[in-house]
Design a protein around this ligand. Structure first.
Ligand SMILES: [Zn+2]
Length: 218
């Protein structure tokens, strides 16, 4: 393997950091979940079956533009094709995280999208968080299902599996995943209490307009 550039070394360190952050925040448990980031025409992705505590920069797997790995590299995450196809099709984002966070997974197991009961669902770039149709984990079919469902959004649920979130950076993708989990928990709780009031299409359109003018402007 050729020595990593400074940029690549930073991204490798970022991947390890984000996996530990997912574990520390409770979004992920054990060796499940994975993350990837664009590197040139290829990507870097977390290794298969390694818990974040034991993950280091060297264990991160580089996947070349033709989808190959270097001889001697670790096996990439079993979901590498899902990450790969998203990064290939979505030039507007550079990072992907996937996890089995509890409330997102509960809704995914019921195959229920997160409806817009709270305005922060808009962080995912859509008025609701849809559910990608079920496919067995680690297959090209799952990759196709997720790519088809997520569309131009930054997140979707995966039936009977978990959630996936995209971002400009790994930290951005993490923040989206964290918000998806929060929205899933809020929706779950509101549904248990009764019939939540779902925001209308025009109310959501107002929210998206308002967000255009939100935050620091310099
Ligand atoms: Zn998974």
């Amino acid at each position: 393997m050729t020595a990593p550039t400074a940029d690549e070394s930073k991204l490798r360190a970022d991947l390890v950091r984000i996996m530990r952050k997912m574990a520390a925040s409770g979004l992920n448990k054990g060796a499940s979940g994975n993350a990837s980031v664009r590197l040139g025409d290829g990507m870097l992705i977390t290794p298969s079956g390694v818990v974040p505590d034991l993950m280091d920069e060297e264990s991160i797997v580089r996947i070349a533009a033709d989808g190959s790995t270097a001889p001697g590299a670790r096996r990439p995450s079993s979901e590498w094709e899902m990450h790969w196809h998203i990064l290939q099709r979505r030039e507007d984002i550079d990072a992907v995280v996937h996890c089995h966070s509890r409330y997102a997974t509960i809704l995914a197991c019921c195959r229920r999208p997160i409806e817009p009961v709270h305005y922060m669902v808009s962080v995912t770039g859509g008025a609701e968080v849809p559910v990608a149709p079920y496919q067995i984990f680690g297959t090209p079919e799952l990759a196709t299902s997720v790519v088809g469902t997520i569309g131009k959004r930054l997140a979707c649920l995966m039936a009977n599996h978990g959630q996936i979130a995209l971002g400009h950076t790994l930290d951005h993708a993490f923040a989206v995943a964290e918000e998806v989990e929060e929205q899933a928990a809020v929706y779950y709780g509101a549904t248990l209490l009764g019939s939540p009031h779902v925001l209308t299409e025009s109310q959501m359109a107002d929210i998206f307009r308002r967000f255009e003018d939100y935050g620091q402007k310099r």
